[in-house]
Design a protein around this ligand. Structure first.
Ligand SMILES: C[S@@+](CC[C@H](N)C(=O)[O-])C[C@H]1O[C@@H](n2cnc3c(N)ncnc32)[C@H](O)[C@@H]1O
Length: 233
Protein backbone atom coordinates (compact mmCIF):
# COMPACT_ATOMS: atom_id res chain seq x y z
CA UNK A 1 0.00 0.00 0.00
CA UNK A 2 1.95 3.02 -1.17
CA UNK A 3 1.56 6.52 0.10
CA UNK A 4 2.21 9.27 -2.36
CA UNK A 5 2.50 13.03 -2.40
CA UNK A 6 0.55 15.57 -0.39
CA UNK A 7 0.18 19.30 -0.76
CA UNK A 8 0.37 21.52 2.28
CA UNK A 9 -0.16 24.87 0.57
CA UNK A 10 -3.82 25.55 -0.37
CA UNK A 11 -3.12 28.53 -2.64
CA UNK A 12 -0.46 26.63 -4.56
CA UNK A 13 -2.84 23.71 -5.04
CA UNK A 14 -5.44 26.03 -6.59
CA UNK A 15 -2.91 27.82 -8.79
CA UNK A 16 -1.52 24.52 -10.04
CA UNK A 17 -5.07 23.38 -10.87
CA UNK A 18 -5.88 26.58 -12.79
CA UNK A 19 -2.69 26.26 -14.81
CA UNK A 20 -3.36 22.58 -15.47
CA UNK A 21 -6.97 23.00 -16.65
CA UNK A 22 -6.14 26.15 -18.66
CA UNK A 23 -3.56 24.24 -20.67
CA UNK A 24 -5.02 20.76 -21.08
CA UNK A 25 -7.46 19.46 -23.67
CA UNK A 26 -8.25 16.37 -21.63
CA UNK A 27 -11.39 16.75 -19.58
CA UNK A 28 -12.79 14.62 -16.74
CA UNK A 29 -15.34 11.91 -17.52
CA UNK A 30 -18.12 13.52 -15.49
CA UNK A 31 -19.84 16.34 -17.32
CA UNK A 32 -20.40 19.88 -16.04
CA UNK A 33 -23.91 19.19 -14.64
CA UNK A 34 -22.70 16.07 -12.82
CA UNK A 35 -19.61 17.80 -11.40
CA UNK A 36 -21.77 20.69 -10.16
CA UNK A 37 -23.70 18.36 -7.84
CA UNK A 38 -20.58 17.58 -5.78
CA UNK A 39 -19.17 21.08 -6.29
CA UNK A 40 -22.26 22.65 -4.67
CA UNK A 41 -21.96 20.35 -1.65
CA UNK A 42 -18.20 20.90 -1.41
CA UNK A 43 -18.61 24.68 -1.43
CA UNK A 44 -20.65 24.39 1.77
CA UNK A 45 -18.58 21.70 3.46
CA UNK A 46 -14.99 22.67 2.70
CA UNK A 47 -12.60 22.35 4.48
CA UNK A 48 -13.70 18.77 4.96
CA UNK A 49 -12.64 15.14 4.62
CA UNK A 50 -13.22 14.02 1.05
CA UNK A 51 -12.58 10.41 -0.01
CA UNK A 52 -12.46 9.79 -3.76
CA UNK A 53 -12.43 6.33 -5.32
CA UNK A 54 -10.29 6.66 -8.42
CA UNK A 55 -7.64 8.96 -9.78
CA UNK A 56 -8.30 10.67 -13.07
CA UNK A 57 -8.40 13.89 -14.99
CA UNK A 58 -10.71 15.28 -12.32
CA UNK A 59 -8.34 14.74 -9.36
CA UNK A 60 -6.67 18.16 -9.34
CA UNK A 61 -10.12 19.71 -9.55
CA UNK A 62 -11.47 17.85 -6.47
CA UNK A 63 -8.33 18.59 -4.46
CA UNK A 64 -8.38 22.28 -5.29
CA UNK A 65 -12.13 22.57 -4.45
CA UNK A 66 -11.14 21.34 -0.98
CA UNK A 67 -7.72 22.94 -0.79
CA UNK A 68 -7.77 23.54 2.97
CA UNK A 69 -9.28 20.16 3.69
CA UNK A 70 -8.16 16.58 3.30
CA UNK A 71 -8.80 14.91 -0.06
CA UNK A 72 -7.62 11.32 -0.41
CA UNK A 73 -7.74 9.27 -3.61
CA UNK A 74 -7.90 5.46 -3.61
CA UNK A 75 -6.73 3.97 -6.90
CA UNK A 76 -6.58 0.33 -8.00
CA UNK A 77 -3.94 0.68 -10.72
CA UNK A 78 -0.38 1.55 -9.56
CA UNK A 79 0.64 2.52 -13.10
CA UNK A 80 -2.26 4.95 -13.35
CA UNK A 81 -1.19 6.43 -9.99
CA UNK A 82 2.26 7.09 -11.45
CA UNK A 83 0.79 8.63 -14.60
CA UNK A 84 -1.46 11.05 -12.71
CA UNK A 85 1.10 11.92 -10.02
CA UNK A 86 3.78 12.66 -12.63
CA UNK A 87 1.86 15.86 -13.41
CA UNK A 88 0.44 16.39 -9.93
CA UNK A 89 2.82 14.95 -7.31
CA UNK A 90 1.09 16.96 -4.57
CA UNK A 91 -2.08 14.84 -4.73
CA UNK A 92 -2.68 12.52 -1.80
CA UNK A 93 -3.24 9.03 -3.16
CA UNK A 94 -3.03 5.40 -2.09
CA UNK A 95 -3.31 2.18 -4.03
CA UNK A 96 -6.05 -0.32 -3.15
CA UNK A 97 -6.14 -4.01 -3.96
CA UNK A 98 -9.69 -5.21 -4.63
CA UNK A 99 -10.78 -8.77 -3.82
CA UNK A 100 -13.70 -8.71 -6.27
CA UNK A 101 -14.35 -9.06 -9.99
CA UNK A 102 -17.27 -7.53 -11.85
CA UNK A 103 -18.24 -11.03 -13.03
CA UNK A 104 -18.89 -11.99 -9.37
CA UNK A 105 -21.36 -9.17 -8.73
CA UNK A 106 -24.40 -11.44 -8.55
CA UNK A 107 -22.88 -14.09 -6.28
CA UNK A 108 -21.56 -11.34 -4.02
CA UNK A 109 -25.13 -10.25 -3.33
CA UNK A 110 -25.82 -13.83 -2.12
CA UNK A 111 -22.59 -13.72 -0.12
CA UNK A 112 -23.78 -10.49 1.54
CA UNK A 113 -27.08 -12.08 2.58
CA UNK A 114 -25.40 -15.22 3.98
CA UNK A 115 -22.19 -13.93 5.55
CA UNK A 116 -22.73 -12.53 9.08
CA UNK A 117 -19.60 -10.36 8.77
CA UNK A 118 -21.37 -8.40 6.00
CA UNK A 119 -24.42 -7.70 8.13
CA UNK A 120 -25.66 -4.16 8.69
CA UNK A 121 -26.04 -4.86 12.41
CA UNK A 122 -22.41 -4.10 13.25
CA UNK A 123 -20.69 -3.45 9.96
CA UNK A 124 -16.92 -2.98 9.96
CA UNK A 125 -14.14 -2.75 7.39
CA UNK A 126 -10.73 -2.92 9.07
CA UNK A 127 -9.67 -6.58 9.21
CA UNK A 128 -13.05 -7.81 7.94
CA UNK A 129 -11.63 -10.69 5.90
CA UNK A 130 -14.91 -12.63 6.13
CA UNK A 131 -17.01 -10.20 4.11
CA UNK A 132 -15.65 -10.00 0.58
CA UNK A 133 -17.39 -6.68 0.04
CA UNK A 134 -15.52 -4.99 2.90
CA UNK A 135 -12.35 -3.15 1.90
CA UNK A 136 -10.36 -4.74 4.70
CA UNK A 137 -6.80 -3.62 3.95
CA UNK A 138 -7.01 0.12 3.48
CA UNK A 139 -4.44 2.47 5.00
CA UNK A 140 -5.23 3.30 8.65
CA UNK A 141 -5.93 6.88 7.68
CA UNK A 142 -9.04 5.78 5.81
CA UNK A 143 -10.46 3.98 8.85
CA UNK A 144 -9.40 6.66 11.32
CA UNK A 145 -11.00 9.53 9.42
CA UNK A 146 -14.65 10.46 9.33
CA UNK A 147 -15.33 11.19 5.67
CA UNK A 148 -17.82 13.98 5.00
CA UNK A 149 -17.98 13.29 1.27
CA UNK A 150 -17.28 10.06 -0.60
CA UNK A 151 -17.08 9.98 -4.39
CA UNK A 152 -17.37 6.55 -6.03
CA UNK A 153 -16.15 6.90 -9.62
CA UNK A 154 -13.87 3.85 -9.58
CA UNK A 155 -12.63 1.17 -9.73
CA UNK A 156 -13.24 0.10 -13.30
CA UNK A 157 -16.48 -1.78 -13.87
CA UNK A 158 -16.89 -2.20 -17.60
CA UNK A 159 -15.36 -5.64 -18.29
CA UNK A 160 -15.78 -8.96 -16.44
CA UNK A 161 -12.26 -9.14 -14.99
CA UNK A 162 -12.38 -5.55 -13.66
CA UNK A 163 -12.89 -5.20 -9.89
CA UNK A 164 -16.30 -3.50 -10.27
CA UNK A 165 -17.69 -0.97 -7.80
CA UNK A 166 -19.39 -3.47 -5.47
CA UNK A 167 -16.83 -3.23 -2.63
CA UNK A 168 -16.42 0.53 -2.99
CA UNK A 169 -20.20 1.02 -2.70
CA UNK A 170 -20.57 -1.39 0.25
CA UNK A 171 -17.58 0.16 2.05
CA UNK A 172 -18.84 3.70 1.47
CA UNK A 173 -22.17 2.67 3.02
CA UNK A 174 -20.38 1.19 6.05
CA UNK A 175 -18.27 4.32 6.54
CA UNK A 176 -21.38 6.51 6.32
CA UNK A 177 -23.30 4.31 8.71
CA UNK A 178 -20.46 4.29 11.24
CA UNK A 179 -20.18 8.08 11.30
CA UNK A 180 -19.98 9.34 14.89
CA UNK A 181 -19.98 13.08 14.22
CA UNK A 182 -22.83 15.40 13.38
CA UNK A 183 -24.62 15.43 10.06
CA UNK A 184 -24.92 13.08 7.14
CA UNK A 185 -22.31 11.58 4.83
CA UNK A 186 -22.63 12.72 1.23
CA UNK A 187 -22.03 9.83 -1.16
CA UNK A 188 -21.78 10.44 -4.90
CA UNK A 189 -21.96 7.50 -7.29
CA UNK A 190 -21.14 7.80 -10.96
CA UNK A 191 -22.13 5.47 -13.85
CA UNK A 192 -25.54 4.58 -12.44
CA UNK A 193 -26.67 3.75 -15.98
CA UNK A 194 -24.89 0.41 -15.37
CA UNK A 195 -26.73 -2.51 -13.80
CA UNK A 196 -24.23 -3.33 -11.04
CA UNK A 197 -23.91 0.26 -9.85
CA UNK A 198 -27.70 0.58 -9.72
CA UNK A 199 -28.32 -2.72 -7.88
CA UNK A 200 -25.58 -2.13 -5.31
CA UNK A 201 -26.69 1.48 -4.78
CA UNK A 202 -30.23 0.33 -4.08
CA UNK A 203 -28.99 -2.38 -1.73
CA UNK A 204 -26.54 -0.33 0.33
CA UNK A 205 -26.91 3.41 -0.32
CA UNK A 206 -30.72 3.26 -0.47
CA UNK A 207 -33.42 4.99 -2.53
CA UNK A 208 -34.68 6.79 0.58
CA UNK A 209 -31.30 8.54 0.95
CA UNK A 210 -31.08 9.49 -2.72
CA UNK A 211 -31.43 13.27 -2.84
CA UNK A 212 -30.32 14.14 -6.38
CA UNK A 213 -29.97 12.46 -9.76
CA UNK A 214 -28.20 14.30 -12.53
CA UNK A 215 -27.13 12.50 -15.69
CA UNK A 216 -25.30 9.37 -14.62
CA UNK A 217 -24.64 10.66 -11.09
CA UNK A 218 -26.61 9.88 -7.94
CA UNK A 219 -26.15 11.85 -4.71
CA UNK A 220 -27.06 10.22 -1.39
CA UNK A 221 -27.21 11.78 2.07
CA UNK A 222 -26.73 8.92 4.50
CA UNK A 223 -27.45 9.41 8.20
CA UNK A 224 -25.38 7.66 10.87
CA UNK A 225 -26.64 4.26 12.04
CA UNK A 226 -27.90 5.75 15.29
CA UNK A 227 -30.69 7.34 13.24
CA UNK A 228 -31.74 4.20 11.40
CA UNK A 229 -32.49 0.52 12.00
CA UNK A 230 -30.55 -2.69 11.55
CA UNK A 231 -30.70 -2.76 7.76
CA UNK A 232 -28.71 -0.75 5.28
CA UNK A 233 -31.99 0.48 3.77
C1 LIG B 1 -14.20 5.71 -14.78
S1 LIG B 1 -12.51 6.14 -14.44
C2 LIG B 1 -12.89 7.66 -13.67
C3 LIG B 1 -11.69 8.45 -13.29
C4 LIG B 1 -11.96 9.90 -12.98
N1 LIG B 1 -13.01 10.08 -12.01
C5 LIG B 1 -12.22 10.73 -14.22
O1 LIG B 1 -13.31 11.26 -14.40
O2 LIG B 1 -11.29 10.87 -14.99
C6 LIG B 1 -12.14 4.96 -13.21
C7 LIG B 1 -10.81 4.25 -13.28
O3 LIG B 1 -10.44 3.97 -14.61
C8 LIG B 1 -9.02 3.98 -14.74
N2 LIG B 1 -8.68 4.96 -15.77
C9 LIG B 1 -9.33 6.07 -16.03
N3 LIG B 1 -8.81 6.72 -17.10
C10 LIG B 1 -7.79 5.96 -17.52
C11 LIG B 1 -6.87 6.09 -18.59
N4 LIG B 1 -6.90 7.11 -19.44
N5 LIG B 1 -5.95 5.11 -18.73
C12 LIG B 1 -5.93 4.08 -17.87
N6 LIG B 1 -6.78 3.90 -16.84
C13 LIG B 1 -7.70 4.83 -16.67
C14 LIG B 1 -8.45 4.30 -13.38
O4 LIG B 1 -8.13 3.10 -12.72
C15 LIG B 1 -9.64 4.99 -12.70
O5 LIG B 1 -9.62 4.88 -11.33
Amino acid sequence: MGKFGRSTNPEKLQLDAILHYATTRVVPQQNMDEIKVSFDVLKNQTPCNFLVFGLGHDSQMWSSFNSRGNTLFLEEDPKWVETILKDAPFLHADTVKYRTKLSEAEELVEHYHKQPDCSAKKPFLRGNHGCKLALDMLPDEVYNTEWDLIMVDAPRGYFPEAPGRMAAIYSAAVMARNRKGKGVTHVFLHDVDRKVEKIYAELFLCRKYLVKRVGRLWHFEIPPASNVGNNFC
